[in-house]
Write a new protein. Structure first.
Length: 159
């Protein structure tokens, strides 16, 4: 059986008793990289207007913040315990698959800070106003923009 040595032999010259004297270590050099990114990633401020007025006639407003381009509107609302579904939607929502339409919201302000309507939305909301979106299909921000988005949940009777 033949053997093959895959490690090359290192021959040391007369003055080199150890590999470290023949191959001295290099001094570490520090390299700094300039970054153009801001100190903190862009954020989107969100205001959620309730679907029905309170007893005094004013609409309740919940506020939240989200990193731009990181979450769906539905997830932001659920994470912040902001009411998204009406009674029927609480029982019969599709879990964010875009097939039930129970998470319809209206974008009052900041439409340009959201992704374009998805194919699912185009199919489901084709006869609805452009300001209406499915929260489960709407990405808030694009990782570069920041600003304010105002959202109103559509009352169940209006759908």
């Amino acid at each position: 059986m033949a053997s093959i040595n895959i490690f090359p032999a290192i021959s040391l010259s007369a003055g080199c008793r150890t590999p470290t004297t023949c191959f001295p270590r290099r001094r570490p050099t520090s390299v700094s990289f300039a970054t153009n990114s801001p100190e903190s990633p862009p954020e989107i401020e969100l205001e959620f207007i309730g679907p029905k007025p309170d007893g005094d006639g004013s609409y309740p407003v919940d506020k939240a913040k989200a990193m731009s381009g990181e979450k769906l509107l539905r997830n932001i609302m659920l994470d912040n315990k902001i009411e998204l579904y009406a009674t029927y939607g609480k029982l019969m929502n599709c879990g964010g698959g875009g097939s039930c339409g129970t998470c319809i919201v209206e974008i009052i302000e900041g439409k340009d800070l959201l992704n374009e309507r998805t194919n699912t939305e185009l199919r489901y909301l084709k006869k609805k106003p452009e300001s209406w979106r499915l929260a489960c299909q709407t990405i808030v921000g694009n990782k570069e923009n920041s600003g304010k988005v105002v959202v109103q949940r559509i009352p169940q009777s209006k759908k």
